[in-house]
Design a protein around this ligand. Structure first.
Ligand code: 5GP
Ligand code: MN
Length: 342
């Protein structure tokens, strides 16, 4: 099991004891690890009869709504005034699966204004300095795994309930791509073994997460691979562009492009892939790498984003998708050595 700093555990225990209203928050464009870690902690904390709320900045994909408690989640962009009030009245704020208050879109100002104790439980590098209690560890598979470790420390009988365990396992399975990456340490499997002991149905979770898409989404994936994927073997790179017109044609729904960025990685010798999509008046990028090539640094430097070494996101506000691809292509020769060495 992951070892956590005792000083932070003690501070968190104290803060929880003193708090009546607790708010758990996730990042902009919530994914399965975000929702899984938020709800995993929610099901744990509501047992203590406190007033616990989960707030995420914007809508989350349909294929995550099966998670127990998902209907209780407040969406800041939808219920802005109510969410602002809840945050203002909170005694304790927990930030899960994001490393900085600039990762929560329009919710940023409310969180920054809040004067209560702030806790971070996260696995991204370079955590911000806005928090009072830190559980920040890049070596864990997912925020869900880290939240699980924290709950085990807090739990008197070293166990969590089934609702919580199911959400946590969903987060771990999703952030590791079914244990394909970020999952090479024994701690992850010790956590999973522990969760399975709580009678969680792994196959059910896998099918809810990955075997639950629309026909349109599968056809879109085929189209992108066949017609849109650009492969640049000399740079060990591939990229895919998705336009608004194509999204309309395939009845695109939020979450449909989840995982597409990983597809080129099954090609021999490709270690860097980028998915570039038109999204709500800007360009949204997903970057993935294998080995030492650091897409977090690349995205921070050039694409207004960040993330992990091997998985990052980015955005462009003033470029089209094609111009974004051009910008990427111009960077490749600069990084050729690193790409070849990765
Ligand atoms: P995705 O490509 O799945 O959207 O994001 C991959 C990883 O990068 C996730 O861990 C996500 O939290 C992070 N990420 C995505 N977009 C951004 C961004 O704009 N800024 C930062 N700092 N991280 C991001
Ligand atoms: Mn995560």
């Amino acid at each position: 099991m992951n070892t956590l700093p005792l000083s932070e555990i003690n501070k968190l225990k104290q803060a929880l004891e003193n708090a009546d209203s607790i708010v758990i928050t996730g990042h902009q464009n919530p994914d399965a690890d975000c929702i899984g870690s938020n709800l995993g902690l929610y099901h744990f904390l509501i047992q203590s009869k406190k007033n616990v709320k989960v707030i995420v900045p914007n809508r989350f994909p349909e294929n995550l709504k099966w998670m127990r408690g998902a209907s209780e989640i407040l969406v800041f962009e939808k219920d802005t005034e109510y969410c602002k009030q809840v945050i203002e009245n909170a005694d304790l704020l927990l930030s899960l699966d994001y490393n900085d208050l600039n990762r929560v879109g329009k919710m940023q100002e409310s969180l920054e204004k809040a004067t209560c104790t702030k806790v971070i439980i996260d696995h991204h590098p370079q955590p911000g300095n806005q928090f009072d209690i830190y559980f920040s560890d890049t070596s864990v598979s997912s925020a869900s795994e880290l939240v699980f470790a924290v709950m085990m420390e807090l739990s008197e009988n070293k166990s969590i309930n089934n609702d919580s365990a199911e959400c946590i396992l969903a987060g771990i399975i999703a952030d590791t791509g079914c244990f394909a990456y970020n999952s090479s340490t024994p701690e992850t499997y010790l956590a999973v073994a522990n969760l399975l002991e709580q009678q969680v149905d792994k196959d059910y979770i896998k099918s809810k997460l990955f075997d639950n898409y629309s026909i349109n989404r599968t056809r879109l994936m085929g189209y992108l691979l066949s017609e849109k994927m650009v492969v640049l073997p000399e740079f060990r790179t591939a990229y895919i562009i998705l336009t608004n017109e194509e999204k309309d044609k395939f009845g695109y729904k939020i979450g449909d492009s989840e995982g597409f960025v990983n597809l080129p990685h099954s090609i021999e010798n490709i270690i860097f892939s980028v998915f570039i999509m038109e999204h709500e008046g800007m360009v949204k990028m997903s970057l993935r790498s294998k080995g030492s090539f650091d897409v977090n640094l690349l995205s921070r430097k050039y694409f207004n984003g960040g993330g992990h070494r091997n998985a990052a996101g980015g955005k462009e506000f003033d470029l089209s998708v094609e111009e974004t691809a051009q910008k990427l292509m111009q960077l490749l020769p600069i990084y050729k050595e690193e790409l070849l060495a990765s």
